[in-house]
Design a protein around this ligand. Structure first.
Ligand SMILES: [Zn+2]
Length: 235
């Protein structure tokens, strides 16, 4: 095996490790975690909003209905009172009308009280919806800002990745295919480090020493491998 091929492979590995770090950084940007949390929070708020909006709608419908009833009552009362003022009715009719007016006034009082109670419920329900809407707006803006930050960082990382990939392709040209295959397999099994420098009798991959006999045996092989970790050695 050509020593230069092994040295080239060491360059390839260096690039591969840089690529690994870039990919790792791409997937672990703090903005990604923040985005995930903002998105989750948004979903929770949307669910709250759905409930709050439905509650407000019911209250508003009830309120409108009661106000409509109050208007009809007022009209009726006005009619009766006008007839009373106009006179011309028998004593029995007048008394009947007077009692009717009394009853209507009592109804009006009760209805007005109900409307007041409803108003007290509608106001907080309305401010709950307003509050939720502004929190959702703020979250939307936060998500948009995070999105553009992530996009910008990914663009930079991807450009750097493309440069490293290109350099890796170039570095791989002089390396024989079977050696590349062994390298890829080992890299997969050995946490990204398939090849190590053999320095002062120590494997650069597992940092264990080889005895002089082991050294002689390893280095005489077509592709020198560490007797301890089986990584490829570059002397
Ligand atoms: Zn080793």
């Amino acid at each position: 095996m050509e020593i230069t091929s092994l040295a080239d492979l060491l360059d390839v590995q260096d690039l591969d490790l840089q690529i690994d770090r870039l990919l790792e950084r791409r997937q672990s940007l703090p903005e990604l975690e923040a985005y995930k949390q903002a998105h989750q929070h948004e979903q929770e708020l949307n669910a709250e909003m759905e409930t709050a909006a439905a509650e407000l709608k019911t209250l508003e419908l009830d309120f409108d209905k009661s106000e409509g009833e109050l208007q009809i009552l007022e009209l009726k009362l006005h009619e009766h009172e006008t007839r009373l003022y106009a006179g011309g009715m028998s004593a029995r009719e007048t008394e009947h009308m007077r009692l009717e007016v009394q009853g209507l006034k009592a109804q009006r009082e009760a209805l007005e009280e109900r409307v007041l109670v409803m108003l007290e419920q509608v106001d907080p329900a309305r401010s709950t919806v307003t509050d939720l809407r502004s929190r959702l707006d703020a979250l939307g803006a936060e998500k948009a800002a995070l999105e553009s930050a992530i996009k910008a960082e990914w663009k930079q990382i991807d450009a750097e990745l493309a440069r490293k990939e290109e350099r890796k392709r170039e570095a791989l040209i002089p390396v024989p295919a079977d050696l590349v295959e062994m390298y890829e397999k080992l890299r997969h099994m050995k946490e990204g480090v398939a090849i190590g420098r053999f320095d002062h009798g120590v494997c650069g991959g597992c940092h264990m020493a080889l005895s002089p006999t082991e050294q002689a045996e390893a280095l005489s092989a077509d592709i020198p491998r560490c007797v301890h970790c089986r990584r490829i050695l570059v002397a």
